[in-house]
Ligand binder design. Structure first.
Ligand SMILES: NC(=O)c1ccc[n+]([C@@H]2O[C@H](COP(=O)([O-])OP(=O)(O)OC[C@H]3O[C@@H](n4cnc5c(N)ncnc54)[C@H](OP(=O)(O)O)[C@@H]3O)[C@@H](O)[C@H]2O)c1
Length: 338
């Protein structure tokens, strides 16, 4: 019988503009052995996320750049298959920063133990993981919508946006999602319960936003940046709040414009625009996770996972994020190389 190999996806070259498949390469290597205090994990799901684009620049951006020939970074879940730490025996389900590979050696101290009987393992990377927490914090702690207000979320059919809109709905808001294409718009309204959706690709953004937000916009949960943000800012109300979660349309530009052309609007409306990172609120993780878990269990918070099979297809899944190919959380289900 052939020994299992560790299949890994490495960075082959730095992307220019939107990443392409040729920026990555698939290589097989021996499965590592654990050092003292380490475990070896067989990964089951790997997350691909927009922030990873920032780690492909040559300069540091929220962490060191991924080097050419190095395994792509990323969170994953899987089970321990070899252990030199008594706290994590073989068979333990864990989450950690394993990178895009089927097997990883990791320090036991750096891993979170997951209870796979409480929720599907994959949810620890999505609705009950970093994206779910991001949605919770951006909505409850940054945007802080009040019942009856109009809450608009961009990237509305994605992992973070879909959860943020539903949380604002739980808080009694009129929720409008902005996303690409009729199918995604139908999904957020029909499946997730948003009040309205605007297809930014349809070419009538200002008119459609005016129709969907007749009373203006009180809170923007912002994932996209660029022209969509501009169009939304034209509709904000007095004391609007803008929770800047991300700006995916700008991630391929090395030096985006510093001064927003809308500063006069913000001033006139005495609006608050606040950027945040999920880690800023780590002290609240236990309460946020408890709330997300409860809402998922009782059906008030719905989620979708978009799953691609095979670690070798991680680059396609990642590139697809920048073309709107995913609905909900984009994941990669790994298979060991034979
Ligand atoms: N602040 C934090 O700590 C934090 C944590 C996690 C994520 N984020 C940010 O949150 C945002 C959403 O992340 P996610 O993981 O939930 O990804 P996601 O929304 O599931 O996937 C990305 C989506 O972005 C949209 N998109 C891609 N390029 C676009 C463009 N040029 N213009 C408009 N829309 C575009 C696409 O949807 P359409 O088909 O609708 O275009 C795509 O499906 C990202 O900006 C990410 O960086 C921030």
């Amino acid at each position: 019988m052939r020994e299992a190999m560790n299949r890994r996806v490495v960075l082959a070259r730095r992307p220019v503009g939107v990443p392409t498949l040729g920026d990555f390469a698939v290589v097989d290597a021996p499965v590592p052995a654990p050092d003292a205090g380490q475990v070896v994990v067989r990964t089951r799901y790997i997350s691909v996320d927009p922030y990873m684009r920032g780690r492909l620049w040559e300069r540091p951006w929220r962490g060191d750049p991924v080097g050419i020939g190095e395994v792509m970074i990323g969170e994953g879940v899987g089970e321990v298959i070899a252990s030199r730490d008594a706290r994590l025996p073989a068979g333990t389900a864990v989450r950690g920063r394993f990178g895009w590979q089927t097997h990883a050696a990791a320090s036991a101290d750096a891993l979170d133990v997951i209870d796979p009987s409480a929720a599907p393992l994959s949810t620890a990377l999505g609705i009950l993981g970093m994206p779910g927490l991001t949605a919770y914090y951006g909505t409850r702690l940054v945007g802080r919508p009040r019942a009856g207000e109009t809450f608009v979320v961009t990237g509305a059919a994605g992992a973070v946006g879909s959860a943020a809109g539903q949380i604002a709905k739980l808080d009694g808001c009129r929720v409008v999602g902005v996303c690409g294409g009729a199918a995604k718009c139908a999904h957020v309204v029909d499946d997730l319960g948003f009040d309205a959706a605007v297809d930014y690709r349809a070419g009538q953004l200002d008119e459609e936003l005016a129709r969907a937000c007749p009373d203006g916009v009180d809170v923007i949960f912002e994932n996209v940046g660029g022209e969509i943000l501009e169009a939304l800012l034209r509709r904000i109300n007095l004391h609007a709040r803008i929770a800047l979660c991300g700006a995916i349309s700008q991630y391929h530009t090395a030096e985006p414009a510093l001064a927003p052309p809308h500063s006069r609007t913000l001033h006139r409306c005495r609006a608050r625009m606040e950027g945040f990172l999920v880690n800023d609120f780590a002290d609240h993780d236990a309460e946020a996770l408890a709330a997300l878990t409860r809402w998922v269990a009782d059906g008030r918070l719905k989620y979708r996972e978009d799953i691609v099979d095979g670690i070798e297809n991680a680059p396609a899944a990642f590139v697809g994020l920048f073309h709107g190919q995913n609905v909900g959380k984009q994941l990669v289900r790994t298979r060991a190389a034979a």
